[in-house]
Ligand binder design. Sequence first.
Ligand SMILES: *Cc1c(COP(=O)(O)O)cnc(C)c1O
Length: 433
Amino acid sequence: MNKKHTDLIDFDKKHVWHPYTSMSNPLPSYLVESAKGVYIKLATGEELVDGMSSWWSVLHGYNHPKLNQALIEQTQKMAHVMFGGLTHEPAINLCKKLIDITPEPLQKVFLSDSGSVSVEVAIKMSLQYWHSQGKSEKHKLLTVKNGYHGDTFAAMSVCDPVNGMHQIFESVLMKNIFAPAPQSDFYQPWDNTELATLTALFAQHHNDIAAFIIEPIVQGAGGMRFYHPQYLKACRALCTQYQVLFIVDEIATGLGRTGKMFACHWADISPDIMCLGKTLTGGYMTLAATLCTQEIAKTISDGEAGCFMHGPTFMANPLACAVANASLDLLATGEWQQQVSFIEDYLTRHLLALNQHSRVKNARVLGGIGVVETKVAVNMAKIQKRFVELGVWIRPFGKLIYIMPPFISDERALATLVKAISTVLDEQQCFED
Ligand SMILES: *Cc1c(COP(=O)(O)O)cnc(C)c1O
């Protein structure tokens, strides 16, 4: 590393927060110079195969000519205008596309800045929906344990209470209701006895519950678990039966990652409200959407406030919408289906073999997601360093080494990722304190 790079890293270490990272005793951050296709290039010259898609978001690879072009063209027209009283083609086209590809009852689109905000919006929509009907007592949320829905307050209040460290914010956090995490595995026979507790919670609390929120099929940050589509179907049925709005958080799973355009499609269900984020701009910039039904939008709009009480400054940012449109156009070619099944086939053949490894509790694959759950937690500093030495960017947490590489990953990239995982599993140093 040259002087300039060391200075940058030093400043970063002293002054810049990183996600869920100590400022007193930070693990190293690696300085990135550029990224292209499936490769992240470090300032030190190494090119790493990206196994993370920058937290699910990069679908078509970095530095994609079509996405770059969309951004450049839009920049030359306008980077931004306010959305109050003004509108524009990039936003209109994006909303049209989202309505086309999502389940039919979802007809109204609220654009916002990030996944967490789209969850806030979904929660506010459901509270305002009941308030508009004089049912303000329906103000709680029902969800399942092991969930993750973002870091803002309402979103945090439906994250797993233990992983989400609820006790720190206890005095201000909404008190919501938690059902056990879904148990039946995606690939195992469905066991409907697990619905007993969930059903009892609906029966007991439905008069207080505005909405039920869940990540469909894949519980992401809360444990990388794949659960049975019948569970999701049952959630839909219970919400209908007990007059509770059904919010599905497709922020990580939406737009192809699980092998279906939306994870909802595995259960053939439609929610009342859907959140999209992470994947929406193909990993270029932050943008999120909350879609809802005609009935929800009408009820809110005809209620006391006369409108939905939300409006971010950068709502429908034209640059973000333009790049989202370009990303959705790439998805519209349908090529993602072969790409995701190629990843799934490769990981099924090679990553599942790690189930034999003595350090592995369980290896699993769904669509473009591969997970190796280890018996003991990884040593983050050591494993991260080893992954970089092995030419990959994989960022595990706890006992989870997981990958969701960009859809464009070829056999060579996937082989490098799997080889790196199998290599670190053989190294004692990556698993000791
Ligand atoms: C990442 C994530 C969020 C939060 O999105 P941000 O853009 O980080 O605010 C919410 N829900 C799920 C399922 C996520 O994976």
